[in-house]
Write a protein that binds this ligand. Structure first.
Ligand code: GDP
Ligand code: GDP
Length: 452
């Protein structure tokens, strides 16, 4: 078959709702859904479209029924054909079941997908209402980025998922697909050297001062090179010319124009921030110093840190604090953000610009360090090989790893349980060999993931 359209493969173990999701994407209610779990199906390919873009959805059937395959290896469970659709697809959507949590099969297939060069999105299905949205966080443990909550049955969240899928389709498909998108697509292709441009996200709670900060950073607009379409339709990045070279500020929609698109709830602003963090090399966490470090600030910081993204904390609205409050927030930072170690904390006033002169020098240091980093995919390849050659005892497993800091090289390992010291030494040796780290000290930090 000549590949005329980009393909999106839907994968996952039986009964998570792949067929239901596929029907939802196709916009039909055809009776593809089988009520019995895991009915073996052939690979189905269907033409679909979203926001004017056409693509082919591939439903990878061909898994063994649940139960029958419990003792089989992953190889035996996934048919050659499913495997091929995963390899061939431009984008893979891994569907998991929010009600079931991460199962061994989910982990198995996620492990395969982590080795894939192309994009993979995790759809956490059966999130039928807002109450269940917190179930999605566990699935970060799959090591495939931030999950999308969806309800295939009710259509909830499917639009956002499709927006993200569209953003991952190859460039040629993006061009000219939407009326009016042409100009944007052109600007995007003009900057062919983007691969090395540093991306910075500005995140924080609503009202922390992100827009004020951003507007101050771009000054009178003359430094703005151009806007670029981001992941979702309304996510616009802004490229700013600085003395450090061009920097891309991620998802600045709604920051530049003071007219806010949405009064997003805290929850959606969190999701949005996490998506921005995933696309950035460095995150600026803006904390409203008049409020202090809140639970959400803490959560954001943890996620940024967990994603291996260096962080600069900006304690904003410093101008409004009296001495007592200044002391209180210093303690707050120590208590609540202690895990950030020696991340820079700058006291600033975005409104007056005070303290912001320290930001660029700080970024310069972080960028230099960042450039010495080993790509996450390479880290995970070594990790996978090391674990395959010599698994940890007692079912302990590292699900995912990132290089959290460069000097000294520090790897954060997300593991399902505590790893014995000897095993950590083994992994350290493997990293050292693979990345030619010589005698440089290598630090390993272990974070517990599943069951969180
Ligand atoms: P597949 O084996 O992965 O293709 O799963 P199916 O699409 O056949 O769905 C398995 C079962 O989950 C069916 O009974 C569906 O009705 C149910 N299901 C699918 N999506 C949802 C959802 O979003 N919410 C709920 N509550 N049930 C769902
Ligand atoms: P965002 O929701 O994070 O984008 O926050 P905004 O940038 O819209 O700021 C929220 C409010 O805080 C606005 O009224 C700003 O004027 C105010 N604000 C932002 N930064 C500062 C600051 O450094 N000092 C003071 N006093 N107010 C600030």
């Amino acid at each position: 078959m000549g590949r005329s359209l980009p393909t999106v493969a839907i994968v996952g173990r039986p009964n998570v709702g792949k067929s239901t999701l596929m029907n939802r994407i196709l916009g039909r209610r055809e009776a593809i859904v089988a009520e019995q779990p895991g009915v073996t199906r052939d690979r189905k390919e269907m033409p679909a479209s979203w926001q004017g873009r056409e693509f082919t959805v591939v439903d990878t059937g061909g898994w063994l029924p649940q139960g029958a395959g419990d003792n089989a290896s992953m190889d035996a469970k996934v048919s050659a054909q499913s495997e091929k659709s995963m390899d061939d697809a431009d984008v893979v959507v891994l569907v998991v079941d929010s009600q079931a949590g991460i199962t061994g099969d989910d982990e198995g297939v996620a492990g395969r997908l982590r080795g894939r060069p192309g994009p993979v999105l995790v759809a956490v299905n059966k999130v039928d209402d807002e109450v269940h949205e917190n179930l999605i966080w566990e699935f970060i443990g799959l090591g495939l980025g931030d999950p999308f909550p969806v309800s295939a049955l009710h259509g909830r969240g499917v639009g956002d998922l499709l927006d993200a899928v569209m953003a991952e389709l190859p460039e040629e498909w993006a061009k000219g697909a939407q009326a009016g998108a042409e100009a944007e697509a052109e600007t995007a292709s003009e900057s062919g050297t983007d691969a090395h441009m540093v991306s910075v996200s500005i995140v924080g709670r609503p009202n922390a001062g992100k827009s004020t900060l951003f507007n101050r950073l771009i000054g009178d607009d003359r430094s703005v090179v151009h806007d670029q379409p981001g992941t979702t339709r309304d996510a616009i990045d802004t490229v700013v010319e600085t003395e450090l070279g061009p920097i891309r500020f991620v998802d600045t929609a709604g920051m530049r124009r003071r007219a806010r698109i949405d009064q997003a709830t805290e929850y959606y602003s969190l999701l949005r921030a996490l998506a921005a963090v995933d696309r950035s090399d460095i995150a600026l966490l803006v904390v409203d110093a008049t409020v202090g470090v809140t639970h959400q600030d803490q959560r954001l910081a943890e996620r940024i840190d967990g994603a291996g993204c260096p962080i600069v904390v900006l304690l904003n609205k410093w101008d409004m604090l009296d001495t007592e409050a200044r002391e209180a927030i210093a303690l707050d930072i120590d208590h609540r953000l202690h895990f950030l170690g020696d991340a820079a904390v700058l006291r600033v006033s975005a409104l007056s610009g005070k303290g912001l002169n320290r930001l660029l020098p700080e970024l310069r240091g972080v960028i230099a360090e960042y450039r010495r980093r080993i790509p996450t995919q390479a880290v995970n390849r070594v990790l996978r090989d090391a674990q395959a050659a010599h698994p940890a005892p007692d079912g302990a497993r590292v699900l995912y790893a990132t290089q959290g800091a460069a000097d000294p090289p520090t790897f954060t390992l997300f593991a399902n349980r505590t790893l014995p010291r000897t095993y950590l030494r083994y992994l350290e040796r493997r990293f050292r060999e693979a990345f030619d780290l010589g005698s440089v000290p290598v630090k390993l930090r272990v974070r517990r993931r599943s069951g969180e």
